[in-house]
Ligand binder design. Structure first.
Ligand code: HQG
Length: 180
């Protein structure tokens, strides 16, 4: 029985953070060859029988859209920390976006705005519920911040499309952020 959650976590780790550990050549949009990824995974006893079909099932079963397969390649939609900046599609954001975070980060966010911290981009959510779930990873009682995305965009802040629920930005100055 394949543990698709565990497989997805390992593939996220490879595609977001450590492609070199799997000898993957990554292009500027974060794509790597499915064959290369399978070669690396198949060396591990745990994943020795994994095929491209299993990757497709993994993506279908996932509760979030994290990975994309096309034309023999696979990539992560968001979350990267690799040294080479992954190019994302710039796009006009919806009027409002949200960011779920821990209470303990609020003072710093008020002072410095939202920063990418360990990742390449700040991650924003399309709706409050998604933001709340993101924040719960950091705090049992997270807070959700509201981002005046249209104003920020008009003032020249770049926004990028992650997937239908995740938007990315280089940073969000605090003047565009309000606590909900
Ligand atoms: C915080 C998951 C202090 C920020 C999620 C966040 C998401 C600051 C933390 C995706 C700060 C970084 C990304 C400042 C930002 N001072 N703290 N100035 N600016 N922060 O995990 O957004 O399930 O790197 O509020 O669902 O929580 O893995 O980012 O709390 O979509 O697919 O620094 O990862 O998706 O934490 O999550 P993270 P995130 P997956």
């Amino acid at each position: 029985m394949i543990n698709y959650i565990e497989l997805s976590k390992e593939i996220s780790y490879a595609l977001r953070h450590a492609p070199w550990e799997y000898e993957l050549e990554m292009d500027e949009e974060g794509w790597v060859s499915v064959e290369q990824l399978l070669d690396a995974l198949n060396k591990d006893e745990k994943w020795e029988s994994i095929s491209e079909k299993d990757l497709i099932v993994m993506i279908q079963k996932s509760e979030k859209k994290r990975h994309e397969i096309a034309k023999g390649k696979i990539r992560a939609y968001y979350g990267h920390s690799v040294p080479m900046k992954i190019a994302k599609e710039e796009k006009e954001p919806p009027r409002v976006l949200y960011h779920g975070t821990a209470r303990r980060f609020l003072d710093s966010i008020k002072e410095n705005g939202l920063l990418p911290e360990g990742r390449q981009y700040v991650h924003l959510s399309q709706d409050v519920e998604t933001a709340h779930n993101v924040g719960r990873r950091h705090d049992k009682h997270p807070c959700v911040l509201k981002i005046n995305a249209t104003q920020a965009y008009q003032d020249g802040i770049n926004f990028y499309y992650g997937n239908e629920k995740v938007w990315l930005a280089d940073e969000i100055p605090s003047k565009y952020i309000t606590e909900m």
